[in-house]
Ligand binder design. Structure first.
Ligand code: IDP
Ligand code: MG
Length: 135
């Protein structure tokens, strides 16, 4: 059982293609409450900072270019068992492996442009939401 808070990003591909409303609707329908929300654009530097844990990965540079390629919507959400339930709602990183009806299954176009981010631990949910909302 995880805690009550998670953090999410509707990524540039999903905002660009007009899927933000449908995604937010799915999030609310799944029982998550919006604690904070805003539309922002990341510089490549800010994107690199956010994804610093992946800096050794071969896809890091492309990922940072992609995440700074257009506006994103960041949200802090609450629900019991938030981390686990949200990861279930979004589906696997690679949309080809994402379960039927998950957000990535419906809206992701590739393993990189996969529509949405979800925190992977209680600790990271706080670090990631503070990155956008507490400074
Ligand atoms: P997650 O978002 O499901 O937690 P992570 O492994 O934390 O997946 O990767 C962070 C993000 O980096 C992914 O959501 C995706 O946008 C991108 N990414 C992950 N693996 C690859 C890859 O093999 N090629 C290109 N981009 C990737
Ligand atoms: Mg991750």
């Amino acid at each position: 059982m995880s805690g009550n808070v998670t953090f999410t990003i509707i990524k540039p591909d999903a905002v660009k293609s007009g899927h933000s409303g449908s995604i937010i609707k799915m999030i609310e329908k799944a029982g998550f409450k919006l604690l904070e929300m805003k539309l922002v654009s990341l510089t490549k530097e800010k994107a690199s900072e956010f994804y610093e844990v992946h800096k050794e990965k071969p896809f890091y540079d492309r990922l940072c270019n992609y995440m700074s390629s257009g506006p994103i919507i960041v949200m802090k959400l609450s629900k019991n068992n938030a981390i686990e339930d949200f990861r279930k709602l979004i589906g696997s990183t690679n949309p080809q492996d994402a379960a039927e009806g998950t957000i990535r299954n419906l809206f992701a176009t590739s393993i990189e442009a996969n529509a949405i981010h979800g925190s992977d631990s209680d600790e990271n949910a706080i670090i990631e939401s503070d990155f956008f909302f507490n400074n």
